[in-house]
Design a protein around this ligand. Structure first.
Ligand SMILES: [Zn+2]
Length: 417
């Protein structure tokens, strides 16, 4: 992976920040957030987050952290709201915060009351004692992070430069665990998040960003060492069966369906998607889960799989089987939760046509396109993970906790506007 850093561009962002009465550091933060967001092999659609710590005119330490509802590739200063750092640091040695309490604390720490909600990872950013913190779900990292146990391999690849964080659900618990692991590994330059992604940090904007690029490149080299070629984003070049699309639309647009008012179908057939969809065990692989936890809120835990010649009856039967599986999944996991959960709809967000391609489904064109982009990246990560070893994402219980996490559901609602 190549660094997109450009001195001239960086200087322009610094100048623009100065002209707007903002700190130079915020200008650089906007710049490197955008070059991270501009690479679909680092983050996609609201995935990943960035922050920068600055000192206010009054001498107080503030942190600008990505706000909910913003994408890194188009972020502007209002998408990086400032919070006071001290109240956030106090939670490190305090009692466990519930989700609503954490959100209240973050909102109460905002400098501007009408700012968007700070990222659910704000505490983790706050605890890391560096000005710049960058977090991505890079494709090459996911191909390796979604393996059975990578602790030894990560150590072999990165030595002391990365500390290994076992999977913990994002939010308060991950912040506490990651902070403890960081402190046990002083001098590390980043955190490897099992089944999730990567953090890098530094006091310099360019260094934190270029550490990310370097570590992703090292993951690409590890894949290559085992003969696994990870292609970049691919264009859809397969032929779509328009009659199949019509049959799918007919089955989806109906009373009681989330697509009752219209189904948007984003069809993708790239070389990687066809390779994935043609695997004998594509159903077993698909049932393992999503490549990174937050994908589950947009594309559900698994796709619906149909044959290319599926007629109306076959599509109906597949949808019914999917709904049954989803109800069982909900019932099995909802009982573990201390708070009551309400089941979401039982329709898929991805339909995989065996051997041919993938339809991402949405109630809006935007939602369908986002799903299609996630699938484009996910299939490349899954193919690489299977070629390297065995694609092994978070298990069903963790997937459920993420899908039914109130904070993630709230994020989806913000994005729906
Ligand atoms: Zn993440």
């Amino acid at each position: 992976m190549k660094s997109r850093w450009n001195d001239g561009d960086a200087a322009r962002y610094v100048e623009a920040a100065r002209a707007a009465g903002q700190s130079e550091a915020l200008g650089l933060r906007i710049y490197t957030s955008r070059i991270i967001g501009g690479d679909p092999d680092l983050v996609l659609h609201g995935g990943g987050n960035t922050s920068v710590k600055v000192t206010s005119a009054g001498g107080e330490t503030l942190m600008h952290i990505k706000g909910s509802g913003w994408d890194l590739d188009t972020i502007e200063a209002p998408g990086l709201p400032a919070v006071r750092l001290v109240p956030l640091l106090e939670t490190r040695d305090g009692p466990k915060l519930s989700d609503p309490d954490m959100v209240s604390l973050l909102r109460a720490s905002l400098i501007e009351a009408d700012a968007p909600n700070p990222s659910v990872e704000a505490l983790l950013h706050a605890f890391l004692p560096f000005a710049f913190v960058d977090h991505t779900h890079a494709t090459a990292i996911l191909a390796l992070a979604d393996q059975p146990d990578m602790r030894e391999t990560v150590r072999h690849i990165y030595g002391d430069r990365l500390a290994y964080v076992p999977y913990v659900m994002p939010g308060f618990d991950l912040s506490i665990v990651a902070d403890r692991i960081y402190r046990e590994h002083p001098g590390c330059q980043g955190l490897w998040l099992e089944n999730h992604g990567l953090f890098t940090f530094a006091d310099d904007a360019r260094l934190s960003y270029e550490l990310m690029i370097e570590f992703v490149t090292m993951a690409e080299s590890e894949l290559a060492r085992k003969g696994v070629a990870l292609s970049g984003p691919q264009l859809s070049d397969g032929t779509e069966d328009m009659a199949l699309r019509a049959r799918l639309e007919k089955a989806l647009v109906r009373e009681g369906s989330p697509f009752a008012k219209g189904a948007f179908l984003d069809y993708r057939s790239t070389a990687a998607i066809r390779e994935h969809a043609a695997k004998d065990n594509v159903e077993a692989i698909s049932l393992r889960g999503t490549v990174t936890p937050d994908h589950v809120i947009r594309i559900k835990p698994w796709p619906l799989i149909i044959e290319p010649d599926a007629d109306e009856a076959a599509i109906e039967a597949a949808l019914a089987a999917y709904a049954d599986r989803y109800r069982v999944y909900f019932a099995r996991n909802a009982t573990r939760s201390s708070e009551p959960k309400q089941m979401l709809d039982v329709y898929p967000r991805v339909v995989l046509v065996r051997g041919q391609g993938i339809y991402a489904l949405g109630a809006s064109n935007k939602a369908a396109k986002i799903g299609g982009d996630l699938c484009e990246q996910a299939t490349r990560a899954i193919n690489a993970a299977e070629a390297y070893g065995r694609f092994t994402p978070i298990g069903e219980a963790d997937l459920f906790d993420m899908e039914y996490w109130s904070l993630e559901q709230a994020k989806l609602k913000v994005n729906a506007h």
